[in-house]
Design a protein around this ligand. Sequence first.
Ligand code: CP3
Length: 338
Amino acid sequence: MRDLFLRACRGEPTEQVPVWFMRQAGRSLPEYRALRERHSILEMCRTPELATEVTLQPVRRLGVDAAILFSDIVVPLQGMGVDLDIEPGRGPVIAQPVRSSSDVARLTPLDPAGDAGYVLDAVKMLVSELDIPLIGFAGAPFTLASYLIEGGPSRDHARTKALMFSEPEVWGQLMQRLSDAVSVYLRAQVEAGASAIQLFDSWVGSLSPIDYELYVAPWVTSIFDGLDDLGISRIHFGVVTGELLQPMHATGCDVMGVDWRVPMDQARARLGEDVPLQGNLDPAILLAPWEVVAQRATDVLDRTGGQKHIFNLGHGVLPQTDPGQLARLVEHIHAFQP
Ligand code: CP3
């Protein structure tokens, strides 16, 4: 297996900078859009052959150093008895939002083999076909709780935070159920063959560092602790998390994801020289002419020196991105001499 990505995750010296993109599978690729005309997102997630095909599409086209399983963070919630859908252009929508102790009690424990066996089948099919590492993933408890409580995407996460501040016991019960599910789910993906995992706490940047420590960190720490014996690299990522980089890293991840709002040298100054970083080109830069992309990508690389660095965007690929720009960016990153 081509292990450049895994060596960089472990903080080992690398002769090239590895690169993959969050949301590399998806609407920027015409071959993905063609499949989506015939299948819903959840149907693709639930059908191992389709999930495998969509995971491989960017690998064939872009020359990336890691594949990320095609699925969605809400997929395991279905396995916990939550009735949900993913609305195109909007995101996950929950039929009956979770807002009370009895709502929390209705969430069933996740049995990955029984409730999400199709995900594990996709992982197994993928590792038999790939010659690069497969990244498994899950949503982190805060981000999952936000969808469950709000009932859908939210700008300010007001209901979520209101419940967290006013009913800390219910919040604790919900975080416990979600972190138990995430723990067994990530473990099952690794046992099926994933060689790294990423925990997406996409929306946790809406919290202050103090509230992160109080209401989120204990559960995330238990998730990372619980994966320790597997010996795989654990990547932790969120958006607008510049002020949370240190407390998020302190939960026990190996690689810290950085969004584009914090220059990589500043992220390194905040976390120390030893922490491998992943990121952080603004995805919107890919909509500019190639010369701008090249210059800004080189700037990102210069800020890490290309060591202990996994190149990525600061968040997911935008659907209107030209995949030609992505392929060219991969070549540009690989040509950089660390
Ligand atoms: O290569 C990959 O990274 C694709 C696999 C992937 C998807 N969702 C598929 C998907 C991953 C890693 C996710 C994670 C995910 N899902 C997150 C965390 C990452 C992040 O972006 O912060 C979050 C917050 C979600 C929830 C979610 N699902 C959103 C916000 C949306 C977008 C809604 C929209 O249409 O813009 C989805 C739908 C979704 N999940 C799409 C894809 C490719 C869009 C798909 C489509 O309509 O075909």
